[in-house]
Write a protein that binds this ligand. Structure first.
Ligand SMILES: Cc1cc2nc3c(=O)[nH]c(=O)nc-3n(C[C@H](O)[C@H](O)[C@H](O)COP(=O)(O)OP(=O)(O)OC[C@H]3O[C@@H](n4cnc5c(N)ncnc54)[C@H](O)[C@@H]3O)c2cc1C
Ligand code: SF4
Length: 340
């Protein structure tokens, strides 16, 4: 038998959680469908968040608490969808059938696979890691300590797989400059004698308080920012990393021997996006993310009636942007289901 509900939210990251909680507060019967065994999405894997260093756990707790009254189906995804007049019939992966007035896609993003940038040596050299792995190490308060290395020399590579035609990602991932600055400062707290270098193309510190983070990183922690692209990484006999780059401000080639290299992989469309787009007959934009109604007033509507969008499934976004968009989507859904 079909279970009738007002709204189904696909994806239980911060965007899906916030939208579902807002819908429940408005009195709409709401189901979250989340393929993982927990809610929180990517944010549950981060340590402290820019711009002010808040702990992710502290930010997630009120979102979890607000989900009382929302029906959450973990380890579940959507296997089939049909439009029945104004409503949608969904078949979940566990065989459950839902009859929904509206559907919100809050399916988020996938991280760029840094192995695709072979020149950086990720997957080949153990000391080349990615920002998400560093978040894990920071959560465990491990940092990148290693006996025999003093001072540690650490490089960050911005724009790994973003703004890069060669990997078919022209877009800026928006969050990785600020993440690199945040992680570099956190590492300096754990390893005060470390020398840290950020290799960047442009620094996009666009948000409120972000420029202060950047100044703080230089003035308090002595992080060095080098405008240039890393072109080659190789391992030395001692197991360190020989890095070649071009300092485009000084107009000189540059060589450095580092203990660690942290790559900043960009945000790409979630791997399920083409499948979800096919299920609901939705358009995908040129950058691979879901197409929105327009770029101004209809950023939370998809290209089919009754289907809405929120968060990083339509492009790279910060935490605060996702929360704002989730609330806007919830309101749009509420207005929609009252009319059908
Ligand atoms: C390394 C890194 C550090 C970051 N640090 C910060 C920071 O300090 N401050 C900040 O503001 N932002 C930060 N961000 C950005 C932040 O992670 C995103 O804004 C946020 O995760 C987007 O939330 P979301 O809910 O839209 O997507 P996600 O977090 O990706 O969640 C989507 C959810 O949907 C689920 N899902 C996907 N497809 C399906 C499906 N078909 N069926 C069921 N479930 C599905 C997924 O399992 C996941 O739980 C960082 C990003 C990165 C990459
Ligand atoms: S935010 Fe910075 S590191 Fe990320 S893609 Fe944009 S310019 Fe590159």
């Amino acid at each position: 038998m079909k279970e009738k509900t007002d709204a189904v939210v696909i994806g239980g990251g911060i965007s899906g959680m916030e939208a579902a909680a807002a819908l429940a507060r408005l009195g709409a019967k709401t189901v979250i469908v989340e393929e993982k065994d927990r809610t929180g999405g990517h944010v549950a894997r981060w340590h402290q968040l820019f711009p002010d260093g808040s702990a992710s756990g502290e930010l997630l707790k009120p979102l979890h608490d607000a989900l009382q009254g929302v029906d959450i189906r973990l380890n579940t995804t959507v296997a089939g969808a049909v439009r029945n007049g104004n409503r949608y019939g969904l078949t979940l992966s566990d065989g459950t059938e839902l009859d929904a007035g509206a559907v919100l896609l809050a399916t988020g993003f996938s991280l760029f696979d840094a192995r695709r940038k072979e020149e950086y040596g990720y997957g080949i050299y153990d000391r080349v890691i990615t920002s998400d792995r560093l978040e894990q190490a920071l959560t465990e308060q491990k940092g990148l300590g290693a006996a025999g290395y003093d001072p540690l020399r650490i490089g960050f590579v911005h724009c790994t797989g973003s703004r890069d035609e060669k990997v078919n990602n022209r877009h800026c991932s928006k969050i990785c400059c600020a993440t690199a600055v945040k992680q570099a400062c956190e590492l300096k707290e754990l390893h005060p004698s470390a020398r840290i270098y950020c290799f960047y193309m442009d620094l996009r510190m666009f948000g409120r308080g972000y420029e202060d983070m950047y100044l703080h990183a230089q003035n308090k922690y002595g992080i060095q920012f080098i405008r240039g692209r890393v072109s080659e990484v190789a391992e030395t006999i001692e197991g360190k990393l020989a890095v070649k780059a071009e300092d485009t401000l000084a107009g000189q080639p540059l060589r450095a021997t580092l203990d660690w290299l942290v790559l900043m992989p960009g945000m790409e469309r979630h791997e399920h996006t083409p499948h979800m787009a096919a299920l609901f007959n939705l358009a995908i934009a040129g950058d691979g993310f879901f197409q929105t109604g327009d770029a101004y007033n209809r950023s939370t509507t998809a290209t089919q009636p009754g289907i809405f969008l929120a968060g990083a499934c339509t492009g790279p976004k910060t935490y605060a942007e996702c929360i704002g968009e989730a609330r806007a989507a919830a309101l749009a859904i509420y207005e929609y289901i009252r009319k059908i």
